[in-house]
Design a protein around this ligand. Sequence first.
Ligand code: SF4
Length: 415
Amino acid sequence: MIELIKKYLKSSLIPEFNKEPVFSFPSDERIGLYIHYAFCKHICMFCPYHKIQYDESIVREYTDCVIREFELHNLKSFTSLYIGGGTPSNDKYFLERILPFFKDFIKNEISLEIHPLDATSDNIEFYKSNGINFVSLGVQSFDDEFLRFIGRNHSGLDNEIALENIMNAKFDFVDVDLIFKPEKSFENLKKDFTSAAKYSPEQISVYPLMRFSYTGLGKTKNIPSREKEYFRELDKVASDLGYGRDTLWTYTLKNKTGRFSSVGREFYLGLGMSSSSFSGNVFSTNTFSFEKYREYIFKGKIPVDSVYFFDDYQGALFYSFWALYNRKLEMKNIEKFFPGGYNKILTVMKFLKSLKYLEGSGDRYYVTDKGLEILLELEEWLTYEFIDPLWSRLRASAKKSQLGEISSPTDNEVY
Ligand code: SF4
């Protein structure tokens, strides 16, 4: 059945380019807002996300464009705001404009990704006074050799200092991001997790190193069998340290609720270059080119370069995947938002339950530990079958359209 679904997705999900989507979001109660800050001063070799070299004048123009892009949508209420990048924590000008502007539209948390070198006492005070209450610290590892390998510009000691500063600031929710390389021994991962857990952040996210074709790791491959084995071991280590596996990649302190996640929203509107939006019937991705982005905005057009138009079954599959990534699918939501896909999804869930990947009733399904292993494989398959080719294409077309005033360095060139 899983192979059949993969085949079906490969043959039926084809992105369309140069088409303007019509979003019809289900309800304001369930939409998250994502803003992409697409700039970095230092480019890391492994990073697949869209970013260009920091340039103050371009950031100023970009900031205006993000606000104008928001005004193209008729949406004024969101569950949460997530500011990701790039390195948004490095830019007070951007945050000083963006945060006051959007604050009143956000009902719950305002999240920021923080680079360890930005986690100084002054900056932290600034983030807090501007309404940031959920933060994710991009530690990646405490091992200097591994940090150097992935091209980071900070050390294990910098991470310790940053984490201490962040924890002292008493944000409502702190996440620590870790990456592991399955070619190295499990002991390395265990050491990193234990080092992070020493500070008791609410959440620790753990990702296997991903190898996008256009990064410096493009010629290497994931090792899913070893990754699964490491997660099995890590579940035990984490549990002894007081953390439970909350989603595919995250562990949460057992007495805490809440989650730091850029993909945990049911529906979301993305603003800024390369950001994505999901409205149920549409999954779109904005242009990767700054010139095109600016041009779209000045013409009053939504700056989308690629769109998947979903029928109810396809939309329900997409929605279900991310719900299961968070370990729980409520079937009433499928019935409500994708009525035409309900029966097929129910059949898929019953089948997954028969394989012991899920437990629960016909109303609600939970992912078992065995099911998480299938999700890991599926997540990597989706990354390399869909996201990598799409982003590669959008990156290539952005490069062609650059007018010369900015360059979009590839990780290979920089490292
Ligand atoms: S991983 Fe490195 S290159 Fe990628 S967004 Fe973060 S700081 Fe920039």
